[in-house]
Write a protein that binds this ligand. Structure first.
Ligand code: C5P
Length: 218
């Protein structure tokens, strides 16, 4: 049968890390490269979707046909997601910082005393907020990077976050910045384990699954 198109659909994708400011010149970040999220945005656009890519700081070209919104912090990303609604689907690939720093307005100076302590505050969970929102897209997809009990943790995450699907991977292997990804797709129907594939192929397959899932919906 013909591949369903995503023409007329609006899909949000979050990608990359977030940067959490310590002061005007310093920040806390993580090793997310944005590669998988950008590949998914490209694959969705390739199937005809209108894609809004909400991206943390990465050095990566914007995929053709994708509208990109650059953000720095988790709070910025949460606001950008909210502002980009409504959407038919959301694919939350970003490695959002769990905590932000109670940031100083001025550069923290080195002094004679003890090193300054960083006070951390919990960030909002953007996926969980969207998953339980009255403006929830019809299809909400989260990612889960785990180092042990991958499927069990990801299955629990699916319920807790109100996601339809969780794409889980084992990050005890080389994943960050690497080209390949071995994932488990967790849905209400169970678990599908995919062989180790290039991130671009994971993206293409996922985009096709999304097109199938949205097919026939108004
Ligand atoms: O809880 P954990 O960080 O493992 O969940 C990962 C999933 O949740 C990813 O889809 C990620 O984009 C999303 N997430 C989020 N906001 C957060 C933390 C995670 O959207 N503050």
């Amino acid at each position: 049968s013909a591949q369903p198109s995503l023409s007329g659909r609006h899909i949000l994708v979050t990608a990359g890390p977030t940067h959490e400011a310590i002061d005007p010149v310093r920040y806390i970040a993580n090793r997310s490269s944005g590669r998988q999220g950008y590949a998914i945005a490209a694959a969705l656009a390739g199937l005809g979707a209108r894609v809004t890519l909400i991206s943390g700081p990465v050095t990566r070209p914007t995929p053709p046909g994708v509208e990109r919104i650059d953000v720095e912090s988790a709070l910025d990303m949460a606001a950008a997601v909210e502002a980009a609604l409504p959407a038919d689907a959301a694919v939350m690939v970003a490695a959002v910082a769990d905590w932000r720093v109670e940031a100083a307005g001025q550069k923290v100076k080195k002094g004679d005393g003890a090193p300054p302590a960083l006070t951390l505050v919990e960030n909002p969970d953007i996926l969980a907020t969207l998953g339980h929102s009255p403006r929830r897209p019809r299809l909400v997809i989260g990612f889960a990077a785990e180092t042990q009990d991958v499927v069990a943790h990801a299955t629990a995450k699916r319920t807790r976050k109100g996601a339809d699907w969780i794409v889980a991977n084992d990050v005890s292997a080389d994943v960050f910045g690497a080209d390949a990804n071995a994932i488990h797709l967790i849905t209400a129907d169970g678990v599908e384990s995919w062989e180790r594939l290039p991130k671009s192929t994971v993206a293409t397959r996922l985009a096709q699954r999304i097109a199938n899932a949205l097919q026939g919906a108004s």
